[in-house]
Design a protein around this ligand. Structure first.
Ligand SMILES: Cc1ncc(COP(=O)(O)O)c(C=O)c1O
Length: 448
């Protein structure tokens, strides 16, 4: 039998991150200052981000060293295993080979910890005492709670209301790491209070929670803000996934024909696929499939335009696929995929036809997640179920096609079991956003 798990030694963990930005054909549009509509330099952003991260955000270097202090924390769980899903292949009756990169081994249970550790480190290095952040599914909030504690920082997490109610044990986890958590919209910020007045029963959204966390950081001298996805520096930190996977595929004597990942803000997908992009640009036949929920279809139905990253219009304008910053997606169970926009890096790669986006419904995703759990043993997070669904679509299109599929298993679902219960009891439904609602939501895009 061929090796099931392909492992790397700690000494084989990459010591540099890969920055895809210089390799994106036709480049990227810069973030704009919403007041002047001119490109925004690091000075203005320095109020909420440390310089170390802003340098990475705008870097044109292809490789950036990973500081030893960060490597040391990453060694707690990295290198992460690459696993051959041969039991899933057998259940599907496919000749395709399916590999997954298992990011669920991190302390908080997902890939998010890769960037959380780096962000906590750079903030600590510049004397910051406290970080504020948002969390959708709770994965990013847990990751940052762990990472801030590791580097001796305080942490305040604004958790999207619907996830706060659905995932009580994420709160326990964040409390264990010493963070403070509040449901968003919250009475703790002026913006949260305003939303609560007009929409007291709202499910909340990542866009609202980001506004609250940004307000928190902008109104306190000791606090900076941390974002778990979307931005270029987050994608840089996540490149470690694909760099490891590339070495592991080589060890397995294989190379992927297609790489699949789920897309919320774009960080885990970009993390696994960007280190393979230069091969494609050099002529290698490899496809990249990004899977998003039909209920929040920024890549497949959104507009490619400058938009705010949050509801209160506090962020710079980012050039990205967006459903409009006012868009509040339905309370689906993949909370980490409920974001109105998409990372500018992933957006630019979609624009260049280098990434193929697809959208899928949540019921078929939970069905795929259940099959994965029954065959490979690991219960996936609802977000990850979208990637599994995408991999299964690829593996079953032609059962006789012996292609090699690699997908990113972004996180485990051990704290998402209530979502599975809802699925089993028939309380989960599919939802496809009507075109008119999307047209309405994208009406208020800033005019550039
Ligand atoms: C397990 C998991 N996968 C995927 C995502 C989506 O985020 P991103 O697209 O930035 O990887 C999240 C976000 O919370 C998540 O928790």
């Amino acid at each position: 039998m061929k090796q099931k798990k392909i492992l790397l030694e700690e000494s084989e963990m990459p010591t540099q991150w890969y920055n895809v930005m210089p390799d994106i054909p036709n480049g990227m549009q810069p973030p704009l200052d919403p007041e002047t509509k001119q490109p925004m330099g690091p000075e203005k952003l320095a109020a909420v981000f440390p310089m170390g991260l802003l340098e990475q955000e705008m870097s044109d270097k292809s490789w950036i060293d990973i500081p030893e202090e960060i490597q040391e924390v990453l060694h707690i769980w990295r290198p992460a295993p690459l696993v051959r899903a041969n039991n899933l292949e057998a259940a599907l009756g496919t000749k395709a080979k399916i590999y997954f990169k298992y990011e669920g081994v991190s302390p908080s249970g997902s890939h998010k910890t890769n960037s959380a550790v780096a962000q906590a480190y750079y903030n600590k290095r510049e004397g910051v005492k406290r970080l504020s952040t948002e969390t959708g599914a709770g994965q990013w909030g847990s990751a940052l709670s762990f990472a801030t504690h590791k580097f001796g920082l305080e942490c305040k997490v604004y958790m999207v209301r619907v996830s706060f109610d659905q995932k009580p044990y994420r709160k326990s986890m964040m409390n264990t790491y010493g963070a403070e958590i509040v449901a968003s919209p919250s009475p703790d910020t002026a913006f949260g209070r305003k939303i609560l007045e007009t929409m007291p029963d709202t499910a909340g959204s990542l866009g609202i929670a980001i506004s609250e966390a940004l307000e928190d950081a902008a109104t306190r001298d000791d606090t900076k803000y941390a974002l778990g996805s979307v931005l270029n520096h987050v994608i840089l930190h996540q490149s470690i996934i694909g760099l490891e996977a590339k070495k592991q595929m080589e060890k397995a004597g294989d190379y992927p024909d297609v790489i699949v990942g789920c897309c919320g803000g774009g960080s885990n997908f970009a993390g696994i696929m960007t280190p393979f992009l230069t091969d494609k640009l050099e002529g290698k036949n490899i496809r990249f499939v990004g899977v998003e929920p039909a209920s929040c279809p920024s890549l497949t139905k959104g507009k490619y335009a400058y938009d705010f990253g949050d509801v209160a219009r506090m962020t710079p304008l980012l050039y990205m696929y967006t459903l409009g910053h006012d868009f509040i997606p339905p309370g689906i169970h993949a909370g980490g995929l409920r974001y109105h926009g998409m990372s500018p890096i992933v957006s630019a790669l979609v624009r260049e036809n280098l990434i193929e986006p697809i959208s899928v419904h949540q019921l078929e995703c939970f069905e795929s997640g259940r099959l994965f759990a029954q065959t490979e043993g690991i219960i996936p997070a609802p977000e990850t179920c979208h990637a599994i669904r995408g991999a299964i679509i690829e593996a079953t299109r032609d059962l006789n096609d012996p292609k090699t599929i690699l997908f990113n298993f972004s996180g485990h679902g051990m704290l998402d079991l209530s979502s599975y219960d809802k699925f089993y009891s028939g309380d989960l439904h599919n939802y496809e956003f009507p075109e008119e609602a999307i047209a309405e939501a994208t009406k208020n895009l800033p005019q550039i």
